[in-house]
Design a protein around this ligand. Sequence first.
Ligand SMILES: Nc1nc2c(ncn2[C@@H]2O[C@H](COP(=O)(O)OP(=O)(O)OP(=O)(O)O)[C@@H](O)[C@H]2O)c(=O)[nH]1
Ligand SMILES: [Mg+2]
Length: 243
Amino acid sequence: MVGTCTVVIPTYNEEKNIVNMARCIREMYPDFKIMFMDDNSTDRSRELIEGLGDPNTLIVTRKPEERGLAASVFQGILECGTDYFMTIDCDFQHPPSALGDMYAKMEEGADLTIGVRDDRFALGFIRWAGSWAFNIFADLYLIWHGKRYSRDIMSGLFAGRTDVFVPVIRENWDGLEMQGWKVLLDLLKFGPKDLRISNVSYKFAKRAEGESHISPRVVVTTFNQCGMVGRFLAKVYSKVRGC
Ligand SMILES: Nc1nc2c(ncn2[C@@H]2O[C@H](COP(=O)(O)OP(=O)(O)OP(=O)(O)O)[C@@H](O)[C@H]2O)c(=O)[nH]1
Ligand SMILES: [Mg+2]
């Protein structure tokens, strides 16, 4: 099969990266559709993408009341209309070359391909340790529920079959963590137990340009995705951190 593919990219105020990202993907993958899922950026993101005049590179301006990184990825998957979807951050922390590796795995028959960071230290020890601890906690939660798990469940780089995950998203809409950051965790949590998963490894980089949007709320929302124990820990954490 030669599957069609959409790269779904959540964005908020990424004017310093967005054109480079669009051009880079277009150059490497002339046939991929690109959908920037933008949460009403206050910078020139929209104008810049429209200025490219590429009919296969879209910028979707989302409803302000539905703002959320995860919400924008779920919407992108529902609306992409291609055989596969892929997600990648707009700040070049994920290398665009990994999209081609993931595409190859999808063509070999995977339902889901996960980009696994091979050097998570790139962001420093504290964030590596946090990510590692969360990974174990989330994996235990998934194993307990008989679901597939991953070596890098916090990864924002992954690809999936649209026909497998559109029903998963529609049927579990109310349970999805729309304000969260860890879309992959929800796809595994609500996805079929017999998902065919492939991995590709990639070198994790520092943000190219612009400001990070990460906040302590990411910890709260990720705990919230992990059942009763997770929700309890989310409450404790948000009380301690006041967030
Ligand atoms: N649609 C949407 N995208 C967002 C939002 N917040 C962040 N993003 C995008 O999500 C991607 C990841 O955000 P980053 O700020 O890079 O967060 P991060 O990679 O976890 O953190 P850093 O390692 O510090 O860069 C980027 O493409 C952002 O533009 C949001 O509220 N809505
Ligand atoms: Mg980033």
